[in-house]
Write a protein that binds this ligand. Sequence first.
Ligand code: DGY
Length: 403
Amino acid sequence: MRSSRALSQKIGQVVASMAKPISIEVWNPAGKHRVVSTKSMPGTRWIRLLTDADCRLEICTEKKTILDVEDIQALIGDKCDGVIGQLTEDWGETLFSTLKRAGGTAFSNMAVGYNNVDVNAANKYGIAVGNTPGVLTETTAELAVALTVSASRRVVEADQFMRAGLYDGWLPHLFVGNLLKGQTVGIIGAGRIGSAYARMMVEGFKMNLIYYDLYQSTRLEKYMTAYGEFLKSQGEAPVTWKRASTVEDVLRDADVISLHPILDKTTYHLINKDRLSIMKKEAVLVNASRGPVIDEAALVDHLKANPMFRVGLDVFEDEPYMKPGLAEQKNAVVVPHIASASKWTREGMATLAALNVLGKVKGYPVWPDANKLEPFLDESSAPPVACPSIVNAKLLGLEVSKL
Ligand code: DGY
């Protein structure tokens, strides 16, 4: 139930510690635990969960999109139990030491990815680092599918043409693109999101699959085999699958390649000039993982030299900027990191991030399986008494819930 007491006690304030004043709104001012959120987040359940559990919640209301380290230090102030932050922020030595000095023990990214977080620094200060897996798997995969279809069928180019008043009648050559059905989809990184994307493409377009991952995805392989059998039983051609032993094998074979690795030093510029050069001239490349996985300057050159090669990008190497020349390429579909932007997902991410911080502040154990977080997202009941997903739980020796 909504606690009107806490929700109604929202007041605007300015934090004036450190050099700069930062505007905030405060919920439940008398709450015992001080929790800061560096951004307003979708939904109200996350606010309610915190305020009902005796937290004073301060939400930064600064207009500036990306807060710098000094802004966040000012928000943390002298006493802070936990912070909910964003993937645009640089959570390293400075912020974790500031949070520790303020008595804090918990930080959660409102994201599944946490390449913006120096987990070693968090470990050093004994601060738990939360993330928000599961709730964005399908949503992100759906956007990767949307980028694939938009790029393959030139939807954005055609939309711009139409709005510019250039359409003066049907023509046989007008915006001819690629058919997906029966082609091969390649996945680099067959984790949760990569596998969900693969299934959508296979089920939706009857595509064959080739994937590269350090680990075998037995689940995906079993699914592919079973789906192929099902198609056969319907008198249709079965889909096929293959686990590639190198990234290059995927790039050479696939008509569509979608990137789903985490970003670390082994995947930085995974797609570079040499690897672009071995892809099919009419291939479609999709990236909804992290921008630096692609050498974006090399990609711009490749797009210029190969007009039939297409790309769908949700993320950028120097986000929020695009490398020079990318915006002018008609064979690129570009969207501003919106892969997880469905209402349900963003509200769920806010809930999981808030519960990570709340759970640690309250001393709750950690949920045993970060792949199964549904009980935290079910709005009809109270969430489990646990932190949904703490990435450094083992290193910090945090207790695991028996639930
Ligand atoms: C994440 O959660 O890591 C996503 O990039 C947000 O959309």
